[in-house]
Ligand binder design. Sequence first.
Ligand code: FAD
Ligand code: SF4
Length: 481
Amino acid sequence: MQPKRITTKERLQLRRQAMPEQDAGRRRVNFEEVNLGLPEKFALIEADRCLQCKDPRCMNGCPVGVNIPRFLELLAQGNLPEAARSLLGDNALPAITGRVCPQETQCECVCVRACKGEPVAVGHLERFVADWARQHPEAVPLHAVPPTGRRVAIVGSGPAGLTAAGELVRRGHDVTVYEALHRPGGVLVYGIPEFRLPKKIVDEEVERLCRSGVKIECNVVIGRTYTVPELQARFDGVFIANGAGLPMFMNIPGENLQGVYTANEYLTRVNLMAAFTAEADTPVLRPRRVAVVGGGNVAMDSARTARRMGAERAFIVYRRTKAEMPARVEELHHAEQEGIEFELLAAPLEILGTDRRWVSGLRCERMQLGEPDASGRRRPVPIPGSEFVIECDMVISALGTRANPLLTATCPDLKLDARGNIQVDEQGMTSVPGVFAGGDIVRGAATVILAMGDGKRAAQAIDRYFQARTEVVPATAAGQA
Ligand SMILES: Cc1cc2nc3c(=O)[nH]c(=O)nc-3n(C[C@H](O)[C@H](O)[C@H](O)COP(=O)(O)OP(=O)(O)OC[C@H]3O[C@@H](n4cnc5c(N)ncnc54)[C@H](O)[C@@H]3O)c2cc1C
Ligand code: SF4
């Protein structure tokens, strides 16, 4: 590595480089990406802000263990091929995490520069290097690895499944991913909207994995097409990463009126079924006024999507204040810029309808914050006599998701917790030997990078599991799916 070009004092004087964005007025009516990416000149300056700490705290905040100072130093030197090789060696999906990771609560919040000013923009630089690598695939060649003869089945092609698949083929194992939907990517393709994560980028990352040897079979529902015990009979190891895709409901009167969607259905129709295009086979209603119930990323994505679908007004209805909202800071900020309105300290009581059973409003009551609850956040308490109505013709509930029992019902030996999530040991192994699990199906709805961390750890554990069982004969081609 070449010597540093600038002194620590000079590094400390550099100010954080801002991410260029599409103008809020223009982007409110299109689905193009909001963040435009740092130009190279600014990315190199930003990389120079890294102090190359001997004990880099940023790495403790990264669930997949990216060697952050190393790739930043290579970037600062302008050595993009090495920076890309370093980053991709640690993180199988950097163009995705560089766009959607909540860095402000992970690597960036523990960056030493955050103590006195702004942290290094690790996420923006990750995106810069990953996008450079996408445009220069020859710089990060795929290396053929001798096959081990071991076969692994992965259930689900979200970030947990894809990361595990990439790690396992790198070790020479034969990997087949089974995906229930017609397109791989999980929430990355059906949940997170195009304007935050273009689907082309997910497709490219998936293609790269396929070129490295990962096989993906879509339209296969494990629990229906095959069961987990059937996969066990045909493969040497199984990794379950089927996410937490079952939406939760508000359980209030009027939830079955026309014009009520769960965020899951609404976003899937718009993202996966491309309902925002004129040619879509499965269009969605285009409301004039929409009320979205919830305060997380999913609620912001739904409200911002509805605005782009033509809604004149979109309201976020949340029972606490902005300070308690689980949404990413950037998402909240972008939603505000795009004119999303916030009905805070408000809880829904009833969805109102017309004689023809179309949504006409959302009856709510005002809340105040009381004592902290089990999550540590102050509990919302209703204010008597404070009811009010939000006039709207669509209601989207974005209250979160939980585990779908379809797969686990056909594998009764899998131990579940009280919420129906699969229980695993510290290696990621379930109660069934040789069957591992990770991502949202274990944690409940969480984040992309935590799912990827689980996928990476499970792949390493599966590899160790095989090594410890060298006497076991690998599944033969005769019994293959
Ligand atoms: C709208 C939305 C926005 C979000 N925004 C962010 C964000 O900005 N940043 C962030 O870090 N996280 C975000 N998240 C959370 C994040 O996307 C998830 O935590 C992450 O995708 C979980 O990964 P996973 O691999 O465990 O599951 P998933 O991504 O859910 O993938 C599971 C896959 O398994 C498939 N599957 C399910 N059942 C079966 C079966 N029986 N057989 C075969 N396949 C099956 C599913 O179709 C799916 O493709 C968001 C979530 C949503 C819904
Ligand atoms: S903590 Fe911040 S300054 Fe230190 S190595 Fe990590 S990114 Fe660089």
